[in-house]
Design a protein around this ligand. Structure first.
Ligand code: ADP
Length: 491
């Protein structure tokens, strides 16, 4: 097929296709195939969930034309791509490419995948390559992209251009016989290097490559989002609640899975539940999620609380009515959900008002079944108070405990909250964050943030002259020292 320009991304056609960046990468190589899938509606991840891009970067919309559905402005045998699509696909107008139907394989899921890569080409001189680094870079570069056995992938590492052949993809933990034709690179992907002697490249450090990189990769992502010490929890949430949302509907339909509609984050206050829920909301639909608070929803007038609960879902319902399957995902974060969802029939409420509030919420959540466009994230410090019915499958079914950070988590949180002052060299070199992390057992993230704030206040205070508060402060000399932190700890 020949690539043709199309100015608009929304040229409406019956066949909409998606493919992976990796599938398209190196398109110039003759024989590389572009895999396209016909999707009945125009639900395309890259359009519906722009902020999921780090998860769904491989997917972008392509308009696919075949003889039956050719658009009048596009000639037979041409594929129309707009500028962004061409750039992603690394093709120019006039290039020729071949197009195959993509038939999702049986095991096309987010399970652990092993991927074998083989060097097929490199420079002439023999050299050593650190597999830890190489695996890390490879995964960073190809994260969430689909790899197909036999695919050739070019990759730049330390200024050299390497070409790999993907030997196979396999579901980890299963026999070799379960080798699959294609799979997706995830943070759990184990990369095995196979080098032929001819390549002249020696891979060192191979064992560590897998485990240490898995760890580092996840830590890195979360820390850069300002969340410390919760990588295991995040990975858990991702796998249990969102993995299914990353795939187009026809794939999830094939796998027979239903999206998770609700989850509960529970644990002590100040541990980052809100932080995490907000981030999840942003990642899933690219805008600030709606956050409501249990006590706020409660209203002293009979019936008003139920109305407030109903109103929460109104946006999602209207959107669904107006746009059907095209509706955006609506993330609703419900802080202190225990305030309105205490066990029904609990003794302190003899009026039955509380019961009807809980019932209202349950009705709404259950009604969401047909919507599929709502994700309710409830948060509580007291899971034990919650009405059991709320936690059943189909409701807040994924429950994740967010507990106090361990030492490593505390270190990450301290790093996050001192990062700015470190960059602007306000942090004195004597500040020993690992030691502070060791000395702050049982501190929550919020409390650690408080320690940092308090340390800063000590440092600023030193600069102020009490005799003359109008005296200009010498910015250069502001330094937050270890003593400031120790003072803050003793407050
Ligand atoms: P929760 O919802 O669990 O009560 P929050 O998410 O509201 O706690 O945390 C309050 C503040 O404490 C956050 O805005 C953040 O500045 C800090 N904080 C808490 N936990 C963390 C964490 N894990 N990483 C970084 N900062 C944190």
């Amino acid at each position: 097929m020949i690539v043709t320009n199309t100015p608009a991304a929304d040229l409406v056609l019956t066949n909409l296709a998606y493919c992976s960046h990796a599938d398209l990468h190196g398109f110039a190589v003759p024989g590389t195939k572009l895999y396209l899938a016909s999707i009945a509606d125009s639900f395309v991840l890259s359009l519906s969930y722009p902020f999921l891009s780090f998860l769904t970067a491989p997917y972008f919309a392509l308009k696919f034309f075949d003889d039956d559905t050719a658009h009048e402005s596009v000639r037979n045998g041409h594929i129309a791509l707009n500028a962004i699509q061409r750039r992603h696909a690394r093709v120019s107008s006039g290039d020729t490419l071949s197009v195959n139907r993509f038939i999702p394989p049986e095991k096309f899921d987010l399970a652990l995948l092993a991927l074998e890569l083989e060097f097929v080409k490199k420079g002439t001189k023999s050299e050593q390559v650190d597999a830890v680094l190489l695996a890390g870079q490879l995964k960073k570069r190809f994260m969430n992209q689909v790899m197909t056995a036999g695919q050739r992938v070019s990759f730049e590492f330390h200024g050299n251009n390497y070409i790999f052949t993907v030997n196979q993809a396999a579901v980890e933990g299963q026999e070799k016989s379960s080798t699959i034709e294609r799979g997706m690179i995830s943070s759990d992907t184990y990369i095995v290097f196979e080098t032929s002697n001819a390549s002249g490249i020696k891979i060192v450090n191979q064992r560590e490559a897998a485990s240490s990189n898995i760890f580092r990769q996840k830590e890195f992502n979360l820390q850069s989002l300002g969340i410390g010490g919760l990588s295991a929890e995040f990975a858990d949430i991702f796998r249990r609640a969102f993995a299914s949302r990353v795939f187009p509907p026809h794939v999830t339909n094939k796998l027979g899975i239903k999206h998770v509609k609700g989850m509960l984050l529970y644990g002590p206050p100040g541990t980052g539940k809100t932080l995490m829920a907000r981030q999840i909301g942003k990642m899933l639909n690219g805008r600030e999620p709606k956050i409501v608070n249990g006590p706020e929803v409660l209203n002293k007038y009979v019936g008003e609380t139920e109305k407030n609960v109903r109103d929460l879902f109104a946006d999602a319902e209207n959107d669904q009515r107006a746009r059907g399957d095209q509706s955006d995902l609506h993330v609703i974060i419900f802080d202190e959900i225990d305030a309105i969802c205490k066990s029904r029939g609990s003794t302190r409420d003899s009026t039955g008002v509380r019961d009807s509030i809980v019932n209202q919420l349950l009705t709404k959540i259950d009604g969401v079944e047909s919507l599929n466009n709502v994700l309710l994230i409830g948060m509580t410090n007291r899971k034990d108070l919650l009405d059991e019915a709320l936690l059943r499958p189909g409701r807040l079914e994924v429950q994740i405990e967010i507990s106090l950070p361990d030492e490593n988590g505390r270190l990450q949180i301290l790093q996050i909250h001192t990062n700015k002052m470190k960059e602007s060299s306000f942090l004195a070199p004597d500040v020993n964050l690992p030691e502070l992390a060791a000395r702050t057992k049982n501190y929550s993230g919020a409390k650690l943030e408080g320690v940092v704030k308090s340390a800063v206040s000590y440092a600023l205070n030193r600069q102020l002259s009490l005799d003359d508060l109008t005296k200009p402060v010498d910015e250069e000399s502001i330094k937050v020292t270890m003593d400031d932190f120790l003072n803050a700890l003793h407050e």
